[in-house]
Design a protein around this ligand. Structure first.
Ligand SMILES: Nc1nc2c(c(=O)[nH]1)N[C@H]1C(S)=C(S)[C@@H](COP(=O)(O)OP(=O)(O)OC[C@H]3O[C@@H](n4cnc5c(N)ncnc54)[C@H](O)[C@@H]3O)O[C@H]1N2
Ligand code: MOO
Length: 413
């Protein structure tokens, strides 16, 4: 019997799914693996950076008052009483008419209050002693990189929930995080359904197609920061599917299937939900593609039934699965970033439902412009390779014209 399906608005569907989100735990990862992970604790500076006043140049540390009378033609001669590189400390105090040869990054010796660059000096030896001729007058505190000028102790540097990038890794290293607290990644099961499917390494036969969705979703899960666990594809066989799905549900944080959610004779997912006693949150969304997207829960664990059509599967994942992964990872921002852009071409198809067109955006003459990445059909795969955003076109209109302002959802890297 064909059950009636009532489409619900996209936002309502997202809301229903997000009530089931689970926040993951914190784990520690080596700093060398921290890129792209989500920071699980605020990063607060526990010391100043730099930790000591230091030299920004290769040159000489001196007392600026010793250079007060330096004129171009009457340089000042100072005795060089020490020589330090970065990592070394000059332990005595610099007295009048003394200088210490110092390299970039070395701590400023006691008594010194300025650095002169090597280029403004001439070094010479006399009677076994080292001297330097200073050709430029210096101000108090000239050329000093001060303690805390970069970061002061106690500063909140990076908020928990931020995705770690190489710049953040530099800060983590600066503050001694060999192990970094990060959100544990959710483990998400992937199952493809359909007797027509063959795997990527298998030859095609009449009537068969290659299973592209499972691999596409593995990529989407990786992009979203989750761990995909692929369980292969299932033929259209109820008993086998039931057994597999109920077993897999025990092993993952949640499960995504693709295909078999529509009304066809071999679309088994609705029956599987019934047999498993699943609570169906929705089975029709007022959108294109992906209107058949179905989400259910079994013992509060989410079970996504995404469409078999590649573009519909892709869109369903990004709209309904990705935010849940963001919640699980305790990310500071949930879901795709949205922008306003100018439509670069006409799009005149009418539709009662909202459309999420696989699009491309770019900046042209300082404006964000967007256009479809290819043909707009839910059973097509080509445009997915070029898409860097979804163009959201609200339904119930006569279509859209070049120049119209539209919302785009950025897919990210
Ligand atoms: N009478 C109706 N027919 C259809 C309706 C409807 O409302 N009434 N909805 C259409 C819409 S919209 C979509 S979308 C599809 C969704 O169907 P399913 O989600 O049940 O998916 P399947 O029927 O299993 O497959 C659809 C299509 O996609 C291909 N496919 C399936 N899995 C994969 C995969 N892993 N990789 C690549 N391609 C896959 C499959 O061979 C089919 O061609 O239903 C419409 N029909
Ligand atoms: O679910 Mo279908 O993609 O609306 O075309």
């Amino acid at each position: 019997m064909l059950n009636e399906r009532n489409p619900i608005p996209v936002l309502e569907a997202i809301k229903r799914v997000t009530t089931y989100y689970k926040k993951g735990e914190t784990e520690y990862t080596a700093i060398t693996n921290a890129h792209n992970r989500v920071l699980a604790e605020d990063l607060i500076a526990d010391h100043d950076v730099p930790l000591f006043d230091r030299s920004p140049y290769d040159g000489y540390a001196l007392r600026s008052e010793d250079t007060a009378e330096v004129m171009e033609k009457t340089p000042k001669i100072l005795e060089v009483v020490g020589h330090i590189g970065a990592g070394s400390v000059y332990h005595k105090k610099i007295e009048n008419s003394q200088a210490v040869r110092i390299m970039t990054g070395a701590p400023i010796p006691d008594g010194a209050d300025a650095i002169i660059m090597l280029e403004d000096t001439t070094a010479f030896e006399e009677d076994g002693k080292s001297f330097v001729s200073i050709k430029k007058a210096l101000q108090h505190h000239q050329n000093i990189s001060f303690q805390g000028e970069d970061v002061t102790k106690g500063t909140a540097l990076v908020k928990k929930g931020t995705v770690i990038n190489p710049g953040i890794i530099a800060l983590l290293a600066t503050f001694g995080y060999a192990q970094v607290p990060v959100s544990k990644k959710p483990v998400i099961g992937v199952i493809a359904t359909g007797s027509e499917l063959v795997e990527v390494d298998q030859p095609l036969e009449p009537g068969k197609i290659r299973n592209s969705n499972a691999y596409m979703m593995i990529g989407q899960l990786q992009r979203a920061g989750a761990i995909p666990k692929y369980y292969g594809s299932l033929p259209d066989n109820l008993a086998e599917s039931l057994k597999k799905i109920s077993k897999v549900m025990q092993e993952v944080d949640f499960l995504i299937t693709t295909g078999g959610v529509s009304v066809g004779d071999f679309d088994l997912l609705p029956e599987i939900y019934q047999e498993l006693g699943a609570d169906v949150l929705f089975n029709k969304v007022a959108m294109r593609p992906g209107s058949v997207t179905t989400v259910a829960t079994i013992n509060d664990t989410l079970l996504y039934g995404l469409s078999g059509n590649p573009s519909a599967c892709y869109v369903g994942f990004e709209l309904f699965t990705r935010p849940i992964i963001d919640y699980f990872l305790a990310k500071e921002t949930i879901g795709m970033q949205q922008e306003q852009a100018t439509l670069a071409v006409d799009f005149l198809k009418t539709n009662p439902f909202d459309r999420f067109i696989r699009g491309r955006y770019e900046i042209k003459n300082g404006l964000l412009v967007t256009e479809p990445a290819g043909k707009d059909k839910s059973n097509m795969v080509h445009s997915l390779a070029k898409a860097n955003c979804f163009i959201q076109l609200p339904g119930g209109t006569e279509g859209y014209k070049k120049g119209d302002q539209v919302t785009i959802h950025l897919l990210g890297e």
